[in-house]
Each structure stands twice: as C-alpha cells, then as structure tokens.
Design a protein around this ligand. Structure first.
Ligand SMILES: [Mg+2]
Length: 232
C-alpha cells in the first residue's frame, strides 16, 4: 500500500513539474535568456543578415508591383514608416532594444525616448524600401505612408522622410494625437479602406509588423523582418 502511494505521489510530482514547464516556458531553467537574445539580435543586425533578409522581401514586393501596376487604373502602395521605411536603430540600440523608454534622448549611450528621437528627424532610410519606393514611383504608382506615429511628430516625420530621400509620396497618415487602439490594425485597416474609396487599388502593403498587414485592403502584403520589437 505504502509503495503504491509512493509511486502515485511520484507520478503526480512528475506531472506537476511537466505542467509548470509547459505553462511557464520562460522560467529559470528554460532555454530563454534576455541578455543572450539581445546579443544575438544585435549580431543579426550588424553582420548584414538582417539587411539581406529585408532586401529579399522588398525585392519580392517590387517584382509584384512592377508587374501589376500597369494592369490597374490607379495603382497604389502603402508603406509603414518605422523599421520599414526608416530605421530607428541608433535609438533602439541605445536603449538595449527596450521599446518602453520615454523622456529625453541622449545618444549614443541612451536612454533615448522615442518621441524626442523622432523630433530629431535623424532616421536613416532602409535602403531596400527606398529603392522600392523610387522604382514604384517611376512606374506611376502612388505611395501612401501609414504609420503608428501620431500627429505630434508630423512635421518631424515629413522632414525625416524628405531628408532620407522619400520624395513624391501622396500622403502621410498618422494617428490622431495620443490616440491608442488595442491593435495598430484597428487604426490602419480603416485608413487603407479610405484610400480604396478614393479610387486607388492598393496592390501592395509593406510593413514590419503583422498588425501593419492584418485586415486586408491590399492585394499583397509583405512583412519585412523585425525581430527587435513587436507592436500589437
Ligand atoms: Mg513599423
């Protein structure tokens, strides 16, 4: 009897350990480690793999855009801004890839709040998207930017796009000041629908977040890599 109880207790204990492991994969003893992940992500960015993966997605998008644009009446594309058209890498790196940093921006060591950083208009272009933008414009495609940034940084963002080389776009669509929705898609999908109501066919939508692309209103959606942060 004692033995049977003991075996049963051991089985229960084993089951409990397995359950805890399944429910809490990030607990000590797992393979996840924030410091190691950060080192790997910086290496992914710095060794060129990030830009190679990024360029591959934009090349696929451009291939479709150039084939499809002549077939529709008012061809348009939608581009996201951050980590799609412009890179915030100096700010991200200064913050140890922590997206929640607020306040003033001190570089290169950080901390560097996003709003203060955006006001500098200092983002560099992500070259594959700038190349895509220019090629699309040459084929007569209208370009809209839809960004999760809000109206408080409109002037700085317009200036930054211009300085980065994006010239000849139709409209920069930003969130109303300080607005928030559970998902960026809640705000971006209706904005794409408005573009369609203006008579455009959105043949491609390019973004770095699944929430940039969810909800349709584009013939094709292209997700450029961003393993550094996630916007719901
Ligand atoms: Mg983005």
């Amino acid at each position: 009897m004692k033995n049977r109880f003991s075996v049963s207790a051991k089985l229960c204990a084993a089951a409990l350990v397995a359950l805890l492991a399944a429910c809490a994969p990030g607990m000590p003893g797992s393979t996840y480690n924030l410091g190691e992940a950060r080192v790997k992500l910086v290496a992914y960015h710095d060794d060129g793999a990030y830009m190679r993966d990024f360029a591959r997605v934009d090349a696929n998008a451009l291939d479709y855009i150039t084939r499809r644009a002549p077939q529709v009446k008012k061809p348009a594309i939608v581009l996201d801004v951050d980590e799609t058209s412009l890179s915030n890498w100096p700010q991200l790196q200064a913050n140890g890839l922590d997206l929640e940093v607020k306040g003033p921006c001190s570089l290169p060591k950080g901390p560097c709040g996003f709003h203060a950083w955006a006001q500098r208009s200092a983002d560099k272009p992500l070259q594959p998207t700038l190349d895509l933008f220019r090629a699309a414009r040459k084929t007569g495609v209208t370009v809209f930017f839809i960004t999760g940034r809000d109206e408080t940084v409109r002037a700085a963002t317009e200036k930054n796009l211009h300085l980065a080389g994006y010239r000849g776009w139709k409209k920069l669509i930003l969130r109303p000041a300080h607005s928030k929705t559970p998902s960026a898609a809640d705000y971006k999908v209706p904005e794409r629908a408005k573009i369609e109501k203006m008579g455009y066919t959105i043949i491609a939508n390019v973004g770095d977040q699944p929430s940039d692309l969810a909800g349709g209103h584009a013939e094709r959606a292209y997700l450029v890599p961003n393993p550094f942060y996630r916007i719901p």
